[in-house]
Design a protein. Sequence first.
Length: 93
Amino acid sequence: MNTSVINIKTNPEVKANAQKVANELGFSLSALINGYLKQLAKTKTAHFSLNENTPSEYMLNALKESERDIKAGRSRKFSNPKAAVSFLETLNR
């Protein structure tokens, strides 16, 4: 496999924490960074949050849209997961 080296500067604590999470997920940090770079090139978008507790603008808009759908009666409730799956299967027919 042909490879190229990227050198970056980052806070040692950030690197250590990222390596720990990567290992917990069963990946190397290089594999995760490569995956991120491929996604960046493919989608031409970058998704990250500086504050994990603050919903993104996309999420806030999605929540507002779902609230409008519920108020307009464009939502369904199911008594159990099987009923929900059955309904979804009818949409593909």
